[in-house]
Design a binder for this molecule. Sequence first.
Ligand code: C2E
Ligand code: MG
Ligand code: MG
Ligand code: MG
Length: 281
Amino acid sequence: QAKENGKNGICFYTPDINDRLVRYQEVSAMLRRAIVTDRLQLYFQPQIDLKTGGIGSCEALLRCFDESNRMIFPAMFIPVAEKSGLINRLGDWVIETACRQLKAWQGTDLEKTRIDINVSGRQLNNQHLAEHILQTLERYELTPDQLGLELTENVVFGDYEGQIGQLERLKSVGVHISIDDFGTGYSSLVYLRRLPVCSLKIDRSFLHHAMENEGDMAIMQAMISVGHRLGLSVVVEGVETHEQDNLVRESGFDLAQGYLYARPMPADQMPAFLAGIESDH
Ligand code: C2E
Ligand code: MG
Ligand code: MG
Ligand code: MG
């Protein structure tokens, strides 16, 4: 781009860069307003326990609403939040809101349903994160095993020792730790041995290609067996069709998540979903 525009191949300004800058500033301003005006919401997507058919846990997925009440998806704002540092405030909001939801489910049919929140690398770099999570759980009178964290592979490679220490502390008291989008990172399998994790969530691209591609099928099956050999539960994401559902059951996954079972939904739709799967039994 710069080569085409600038005489000497040097160019400090292109409309494209400017567009992106404006977009970045718009999204971060929108996010700041969303935080103070309460335009954030957690949606919940069940993860189905393939042995029992019940809800194993549910993933909290963040939604943001702009001034015209249009829903903004994380792909649009999480990268901006990570870059601008707003992710720490968003992350704190997610921790607080997930705990408040868990508290609200106490005494209902959903009281045993764990909530798994997504955590960015930048949050884990904050050395007070573990302490903050445990204090929030305590403030809501919840037990640590009611909460889970999902971390992507790449997350766990900043301040390696510090991050591992925090994860160890959380896991040792019962917080569930998962590696999200497993198989898409650049890391080696060796680190799995060292990481304090409870489950692997295999990235949906493997499932989506496994139907036509023997290589992807082989890798998916290898990841399942490595996970099981290490004593981890193995989750598949992105199940959209009945064929995929058959495949994941045959392959030995423990839990499955995807549009076939449920789309992410506001908390108030969760009781009806649970009642629906229970009446199917
Ligand atoms: P993820 O953690 O891998 O979440 C799964 C994404 O796949 C979600 O997209 C979910 O809506 C979508 N999904 C679920 N089932 C299916 C399916 O059957 N087919 C397809 N094609 N997609 C499915 P969503 O909600 O747009 O979130 C995207 C990503 O944003 C998440 O990926 C996660 O990395 C990030 N994210 C979401 N909420 C938070 C948050 O509170 N904090 C942080 N740091 N990241 C978040
Ligand atoms: Mg996730
Ligand atoms: Mg995922
Ligand atoms: Mg994924």
